[in-house]
Write a protein that binds this ligand. Structure first.
Ligand SMILES: [Zn+2]
Ligand SMILES: [Zn+2]
Length: 267
């Protein structure tokens, strides 16, 4: 929805804001460069999908101590990456951090925390992905409308997950949808944006499938990248209707999005 575009715009501003500090850190530590991991959303889509520039992927999961993602969701995420990309060498490391005790975080704060928490950056043929699982809410939440942001992306290899909101909605549902299912669906939807979906580097000639009022989400019904999956209610509704039909609750990529990934070098 519109929020994502706002988020995307803010992400671009971050890049220019963070240049100075990046340069400073480079003079003190010339080995670790953060520049490649401070690009805009979707620019590393091909690098995630093919092995031309990077044949290894190192995922660094930083989580607030008691908000570690379930092993089930991370396993499924890894399998999903292996199905869609040519990466076979995927390493995952975990790092626990204390709560910031901040109630609602904006994306400036999240990017600032990344500077402090993230230790893995692109290195040689190894591509790095940073996933932060926070106990804070998003400043874009609208509790009066029961509208909560569950996850977001803000650089080419940076993701944030609002674990308190994810757990709240997962634990509230009486349907056979588990916490791991909700985490998986949110992780895969957000990662879809890092894959360049939709119109974030994934443009194919004559194949515009951006939603009419939201070009960074998909117009195909039930696609993992549909705009309604950006928020809690849409996510749960979609997952519930899938389980009611006897399907796995995790939404799948529609045909157009699958073709986008293929055109960028995916399987
Ligand atoms: Zn989205
Ligand atoms: Zn789609």
């Amino acid at each position: 929805m519109r929020n994502f575009k706002l988020l995307f715009t803010v992400g671009i501003i971050f890049i220019s804001c963070s240049q100075n500090s990046d340069n400073e850190s480079e003079t003190t530590d010339p080995i670790v460069s953060r520049v490649e991991n401070r690009q805009s959303i979707g620019t590393s889509a091909a690098d995630f999908l093919n092995n031309d520039n990077f044949d290894r992927l190192h995922i660094e999961i930083v989580h607030v101590d008691t908000y570690k993602p379930t092993p089930g969701s991370i396993d499924r995420f890894r399998q999903w990456l292996e199905e869609l990309t040519f990466k076979t060498d995927i390493q995952i490391t975990y790092k626990s951090v204390a709560s910031t005790t901040i109630e609602s975080m904006n994306y400036n704060k999240i990017a600032e925390l990344e500077n402090e928490y993230r230790t893995i950056y692109n290195d040689g043929k190894t591509l790095s992905l940073y996933m932060y699982f926070t106990d804070a809410g998003s400043t874009l939440d609208v509790p009066s409308q029961n509208r909560f942001v569950l996850g977001a992306v803000y650089y080419n290899t940076s993701m944030v997950f609002f674990q308190k909101s994810i757990r709240l909605i997962a634990d509230k549902t009486t349907l056979p949808i588990t916490r791991a299912d909700v985490e998986t669906a949110v992780i895969q939807h957000e990662f879809g944006h890092l894959f360049g979906l939709v119109n974030l580097g994934s443009e194919r000639e004559g194949a515009d499938h951006g939603a009419p009022d939201d070009e960074n989400h998909c117009n195909e019904e039930n696609c993992l990248m549909a705009a309604e999956l950006n928020f809690n209610t849409g996510m749960i509704n979609t997952m519930s209707s899938r389980t009611a039909m006897g399907l796995d609750p995790i939404p799948l990529l529609g045909l157009e999005c699958q073709l986008d990934l293929k055109s960028l070098g995916g399987r």
